[in-house]
Design a protein around this ligand. Sequence first.
Ligand code: GRF
Length: 208
Amino acid sequence: MSSAPFRIAVLISGEGSNLQALIDDVADAGIEIVGVAASRADARGLERADAAGIETAVFSLADEPEREKRDEALAGWLAERDVDLVVLAGFMELLTPGFIRRFAGRIINVHPALLPAFPGLGAIEQAVEHGVKVAGVTVHFVDEGVDSGPILLQEAFELPYHRDISATRQHFHEVEHRLLPRAVRLIASGQVSLDPDNHRLVRLESDG
Ligand code: GRF
């Protein structure tokens, strides 16, 4: 007997390479991408979703400049699709506290840094300019701050001295494309919980 698929929606703003990694990875894991919403009508990721036969919508501040109303419409669209998890995959905007509360504990984000180092925009460039020797990628639950929610997965790697920024970016993205689908699979299979005594701490079943 097969159980109902775990329903995720993916929020994007641009290229959508992380969305593509999810499309390529999760279908065989009982996970269904039931919608892709973009903050910009020209997000290339919308074409990737169309090509995969996934329903799409655009919720842009260009169409609805009041962020609260925009996020209410987005939340309604997600609720209609009965999503179990909202995945921010290169979604380049802050969500309102009302939206975050409505989906509390059910929103994750991928960020190209070892948080809490380098939150916010331009994390890869900041790490390179800072001269860090070790960098990495984080998948975390989303709270009302900027990249400040409980950490679910991290993968670290060394940054060589001779840095070609585009090759460096490519390396970060490759790690993201591995880590984000892994995080979604772990949540979908019920292997992730928050420590009841300290909600900053995420417990994975493999932690014992
Ligand atoms: C990724 O590096 C993501 O971590 C960052 O924006 C980039 C989006 O890439 N927030 P893509 O749209 O998934 O290709």
